[in-house]
Design a protein around this ligand. Structure first.
Ligand SMILES: Cc1cc2nc3c(=O)[nH]c(=O)nc-3n(C[C@H](O)[C@H](O)[C@H](O)COP(=O)(O)O)c2cc1C
Length: 305
């Protein structure tokens, strides 16, 4: 009997649906015990997000200062053969509750010495967040075995509109010729192929071998056009986080002018820097081709496309 722990948190239920569908073959198998841990922040996050709260959560998320969680239902000393960690990205970092799990004593204990599969569902920018998650898994003594990434079905420019509309108003439907926000239903429905591969891997004890179990299944496909933009945006967010914190603790009035300036910066960046950087990359593509290809292969590890 193999024991598998799946950990997740979701505001709209999207990530919960992805995680549950993905592990459904394990849940149905008679020779696997699947334990689900749904993370619960002590102070729940609002959804839809008031614009002010949406901006105010940025500094602590980026600086990996997580919120407090309610105690886990699973006991920290329990042993699992595999841990599946599903998370969404907030401001190019793992969302607060997942950082809280990864940095908390109970979470670290559950991960120590265990093989870990990460599952991401976000708009489309997960590369630098996954670097952070890899580091936190390593620090906890876990070993990343596979990574599966699901992204919104819309193109990058369309989702700059559809994702903020979704999280700020709760509406995710298609409108004005733009696709619905979020991961496509078909992608979610097909995610059980990863669960079937994990089940086969567990039955063959492959979780104990230092090699991916989900190779060849299209687990993580990286858009090379986003690599440089993500890295540049993360550096900018990190500077803004430190600046905004000079205005005080989360929710304090002193942060207001700084958050307003950050909001102007965000909109200006989306309207000017993003299209310019895409154009520049298109022009310089022949020169950067090899570098981008090797970065793409790196970020697609360990499972590959
Ligand atoms: C505060 C906030 C920041 C976000 N930042 C990003 C981001 O940097 N990159 C990204 O791809 N998606 C980002 N998203 C979208 C989320 O990753 C996710 O797709 C969406 O919130 C739905 O997740 P859920 O399962 O919690 O409902 C952000 C969402 C929120 C609420």
């Amino acid at each position: 009997m193999k024991r598998v722990l799946v950990v997740h948190f979701s505001q709209t239920g999207q990530l919960a649906r992805v995680a549950r569908r993905l592990v459904s073959p394990l849940a149905e198998a008679g020779d696997v015990e699947l334990v689900e841990e749904v993370l619960r922040p002590r102070q729940p996050y609002p959804f839809p997000w008031p614009a002010w709260r949406f901006l105010d959560v940025m500094p602590e998320t980026v600086l990996l200062e997580p919120p407090e969680l309610e105690p886990l239902s699973v006991r920290a000393e329990e042993l699992f053969d595999l841990v599946i960690l599903a998370y969404q990205v907030w401001y190019l970092a793992p969302s607060g509750p997942i950082t809280a799990f990864l940095k908390g004593e109970a979470g670290k204990r559950l991960l120590r010495g265990r093989p870990v599969v990460t599952v991401i569902a976000c708009r489309n920018m997960w590369l630098v967040a996954q670097e952070t998650v890899k580091q936190l898994i390593r620090e906890a003594g876990g070993r990343l075995r596979d990574n599966v990434a699901f992204i919104d079905e819309g193109r990058a420019l369309a989702t700059f509109i559809t994702t903020p509309r979704w999280v700020l108003t709760g509406r995710r439907n298609a409108f004005w010729g733009l696709p619905a926000a979020g991961v496509a239903e078909e992608q979610i429905a097909n995610s059980d192929r990863f669960g079937r591969a994990l089940l086969a891997g567990l039955r063959a004890d492959r979780e104990r071998v230092d090699a991916p179990m989900l190779a060849g299944l299209g687990a993580a496909c990286v858009d090379p056009q986003l690599i440089f933009s993500e890295r540049a945006a993360q550096r900018a967010f990190s500077v803004w986080s430190r600046l905004i914190r000079l205005g005080g603790a989360p929710g304090s009035i002193g942060r207001l002018p700084l958050l307003a300036a950050f909001c102007v910066y965000l909109v200006a960046m989306i309207l000017t820097v993003v299209p310019t950087s895409l154009l520049l990359q298109w022009v310089t593509r022949p020169l950067l081709k090899r570098r981008l290809r090797s970065l793409q292969a790196y970020y697609e590890l360990p499972s590959g496309r």
